[in-house]
Design a binder for this molecule. Structure first.
Ligand code: ADP
Ligand code: ADP
Ligand code: ZN
Length: 216
């Protein structure tokens, strides 16, 4: 199975992708995570992407599509893919079609996480992750069972993204509205878009996504 999780920043794409990986052994392909790794490693891609990401703008289509192509090439054919944060533009949606065809894969669902805009600022401003394993947390909505200790790996260091501030979030939301939301009709025409209420508690969102996957 190959699915796209679509939604604005903070909608819950990464959280739900992580749970699908745990439950179904699918693979999460997050262009945001790949780009952050490139920035950290100071690769040519990272050096080019850093300032763009800090402004909340979109990195070039060619760069992100190449990242996705490389990841799929390295994956077993029987492992399902969850596209998280990709595609984000019409050009990327076209590239994804070509990349999937090349790797003999077909898109099963585009799952749109519906969230209202004010909640997104709160989601993004309260977001942090475990520095060791990357598990996602939130100041109010998802705290570790033991304060300051990661549930998953026991790590005690956490980090926040430089672009998770109210001002940059507004730019990222504007980018979503202008460039990403317009790709929905492209997939709607194929009858593969499913909408899920992203304002529900995390486990309810997961249940709704599971229901979609079971309908395949
Ligand atoms: P979020 O899920 O909060 O929207 P991501 O981690 O997906 O954030 O992306 C962080 C940043 O990385 C984006 O604001 C953008 O600069 C860049 N980025 C990630 N994925 C893409 C993509 N598919 N196309 C262009 N830029 C991207
Ligand atoms: P995205 O990948 O779409 O940018 P994340 O999965 O990182 O979004 O979620 C953003 C923040 O909101 C995280 O801190 C996460 O713990 C929290 N979160 C995710 N889903 C929910 C939910 N359904 N209700 C409340 N908080 C959530
Ligand atoms: Zn951890």
């Amino acid at each position: 199975m190959n699915i796209i999780l679509l939604g604005p920043p903070g909608a819950g794409k990464g959280t739900q992708a992580g749970l699908l990986v745990e439950h179904h052994g699918m693979r999460q392909l997050s262009t945001g995570d790949m780009l952050r790794a490139a920035v950290k490693a100071q690769t040519p891609v990272g050096l080019e992407a850093k300032a763009v990401m800090e402004r909340g703008e979109l990195v070039s289509d060619a760069i992100v599509s190449a990242l996705i192509d490389d990841e799929l090439a390295a994956m077993g054919a029987d492992v399902g893919a969850i596209f998280d944060g990709y595609p984000r533009t019409e050009a990327q949606a076209m590239s994804l079609d070509a990349i999937l065809a090349k790797h003999d894969r077909a898109l099963d669902f585009v799952i749109e996480l519906m969230v209202d805009e004010e909640a997104l600022v709160d989601r993004v401003e309260g977001r942090y992750t475990c520095a060791s394993c990357g598990e996602g947390y939130h100041d109010r909505h998802k705290q570790p069972a033991v304060d300051g200790v990661c549930d998953k790996c026991g790590g005690t260091e956490f980090k926040r993204r430089p672009d998770d501030n109210a001002e940059t979030v507004r730019t990222r939301m504007a980018e979503y509205r202008a460039k990403t939301a317009p790709i929905l009709p492209f997939y709607e025409a194929r009858g593969i878009v499913q909408r899920v209420d992203g304002m529900a508690p995390i486990e309810d969102v997961t249940a709704a996504i599971e229901k979609v996957l079971a309908s395949a």
